[in-house]
Ligand binder design. Structure first.
Ligand SMILES: NCc1[nH]cc(CCC(=O)O)c1CC(=O)O
Length: 301
C-alpha cells in the first residue's frame, strides 16, 4: 500500500485523488495522508518577502520523514532546485494550461472597461496584464481558489485563475474568458502535476512510471529549464508554454519587467523523438537569447 502525501486544500485533495485513481487503474493500491501546509493558512500577499516552495515543502518533508511515499504537486508550484533525495518520478498528461479571466459577466480581456480592477497575486499575471492593458488597475489577492473568487463580490471586476484549477474544482461553468497565449502565457508547468518520490524507493518509482506522459514531460522540462536558466523561481514575471506537435517540440516564452512596460518574447521549435535532451536544448537556445537581451535584470524590475 503506497501512501500519497497531500495538502488539504480542495484542489490538492482533488489532485491526490486523481493520482490515486490513475494508480488504481494500473492495479496499485494507495491511501491518502493529508498534511497541514503554511501556504494554505498564510494570507499575506505572495511577494519577494516570502519564500518559494511554500506549498510543496511540507509534502516533500513528509516523504523525507517517511510519512508518505508519493507527493503530488501542482508542478508550477514546485521549485526547480533539485533535492538529491527526491525524484520527479512522473508527469501525467496535461489537459488544460490556459489562464482565465473570471468575472460576473465573462467579459473578454480586450473588452474590459478602462481602469477596471483586476485581482491577481501573481507577478507573472500582473506584468502580462499591464503589458497589454496599462490602463487596468491590478491589485494583489491571496488565498485558495474559493477565497479569490469571493473577491468578485468585493469590488473586483475580474480575477485571473488557472483553467486547470477551475476545471478540477468543477467550476468550469463560471463565466470566464480564456486568455489567448498572446495576451497571457501560462506559468512554466501550469496545469501539469508533478509526482515526487524518494529517489531510492524502487516500488514508488515503478508505480509512478505508470503515470508518466513523455510529451507532457518534454514540454514541462523545456518550460522549467528555461525558468531555472533565467534564475526565475516560481514567483518571477516569466511565462512559458511548450507543446509537442507531431515530431516537433515548440515553445513560446516571455520575460517582463514587473510593471509590464518592458518585455522580451521568444519562440522556437526543435525536432522531438521522445528524448528530453531536445527539451533542454530548446530551452537553452531560448534562454540564451533572452539573457543576451537583458531578461535577468528585467524580471527583477
Ligand atoms: N498558485 C496556486 C495554484 N497552483 C496550482 C493551481 C491550479 C492548477 C495549475 O495551474 O496547475 C493554482 C491556482 C491558480 O493558479 O489559479
Amino acid at each position: 500500500m503506497l501512501r500519497i502525501a497531500t495538502r488539504q486544500s480542495p484542489l490538492a485533495l482533488w489532485q491526490a485523488e486523481h493520482v490515486a485513481a490513475l494508480l488504481a487503474s494500473a492495479g496499485i493500491q494507495t491511501v491518502l495522508v493529508p498534511m497541514v501546509s503554511s501556504g494554505d493558512t498564510d494570507m499575506r500577499p505572495i511577494d519577494g518577502t516570502r519564500q518559494v516552495g511554500l506549498f510543496t515543502k511540507r509534502i516533500q518533508q513528509a516523504l523525507l520523514e517517511d510519512e508518505g511515499d508519493i507527493a503530488v504537486h501542482s508542478l508550477k508550484d514546485l521549485p526547480t532546485e533539485v533535492n538529491e533525495l527526491l525524484t520527479l518520478a512522473a508527469v501525467p498528461v496535461r489537459e488544460t494550461v490556459t489562464d482565465c479571466l473570471v468575472s460576473k459577466s465573462g467579459v473578454k480581456f480586450s473588452d474590459l472597461p478602462n481602469g477596471a480592477k483586476i485581482g491577481t497575486g501573481s507577478r507573472r499575471r500582473a506584468a502580462q496584464i499591464l503589458s497589454r492593458r496599462p490602463d487596468l488597475n491590478v491589485e494583489g489577492i491571496r488565498g485558495n481558489v474559493q477565497t479569490r473568487l469571493s473577491k468578485l463580490d468585493e469590488g473586483f471586476d475580474a480575477i485571473v485563475l488557472a483553467d486547470a484549477g477551475l476545471v478540477r474544482l468543477e467550476m468550469a461553468d463560471l463565466p470566464r474568458y480564456h486568455f489567448t497565449f498572446d495576451e497571457m502565457l501560462p506559468a512554466p508547468g501550469q496545469g501539469a502535476l508533478g509526482i515526487e518520490v524518494r529517489a531510492n524507493d524502487k516500488q514508488a518509482l515503478e508505480a509512478a512510471a505508470t503515470m508518466d506522459d513523455m510529451a507532457t514531460r518534454a514540454a514541462v522540462t523545456a518550460e522549467r529549464t528555461l525558468l531555472s536558466s533565467l534564475h526565475g523561481g516560481c514567483l518571477a514575471p516569466i511565462a512559458a508554454y511548450a507543446v509537442v506537435d507531431g515530431d516537433v517540440l515548440r515553445m513560446s516564452a516571455v520575460a517582463l519587467s514587473p510593471d509590464g512596460r518592458k518585455r522580451i518574447d521568444e519562440t522556437d521549435e526543435i525536432e522531438f523523438a521522445n528524448d528530453l535532451s531536445a527539451a533542454v536544448e530548446l530551452a537553452n537556445r531560448i534562454s540564451q537569447r533572452m539573457v543576451d537581451a537583458g531578461a535577468i535584470e528585467m524580471v527583477r524590475g
